[in-house]
Write a protein that binds this ligand. Sequence first.
Ligand SMILES: [Fe+2]
Ligand SMILES: [Fe+2]
Length: 229
Amino acid sequence: MTAPLVDTNVHHKPQGVSDRVAFGFVKLLRFCADTFFAKRYGHRAVVLETVAAVPGMVGATLTHLKCLRRMCDDKGWIKTLMDEAENERMHLMTFIEVSKPTLFERFVVVAVQWVFYLFFFGLYLVSAKTAHRVVGYFEEEAVISYTHYLAEIDEGRSPNVPAPEIAKRYWGLPDTATLRDVVLVVRADEAHHRDVNHGFANEMVGLPQTPVAPCPPHAQLEPTWKAAA
Ligand SMILES: [Fe+2]
Ligand SMILES: [Fe+2]
């Protein structure tokens, strides 16, 4: 399969205080990530995908609980958000085959997970719209970072190694697929998350919906825990 074309220039112009806070927060985190990782894109992907997989699960949990309390329909949000969390975890499982985190990076992952999970949970309770806007802006940055990663590969600064097996299975890539093909489908996933989350934030305040970038097809993950029985 070929990765869907990605419009890398999509940007939701901040409107109002909540959007500006979300945008400023994401730009601050971008500055921290750029300072910490510089051009080590493989390491950057591993560490940041451990963070990227958090919001979908938080959003799904809190939407699920809200629907139980209000006894109302979720309009498919819960499944969409859980799919996003699973998809981000597969990004992690893919990039861990490409770059191994240092011991310090593993420590950072554990510390950041504590802080970010609690922060995002609190934010979602206070303003779910701001929380989805934050994710929309995160994903705008992810699309930019993976575009930089592609340039690193194309200009020979990062080796275009064979695609990990897990990535070939999950995205249905050919046997000859390379890291470049993987980065293309991952970037398409991020563009999809970007538009879905901006769309959720828009819907919450009655703003018009914007187009959603297509998501590359993903293989259904079969449980392997049964195999041990
Ligand atoms: Fe991701
Ligand atoms: Fe993402």
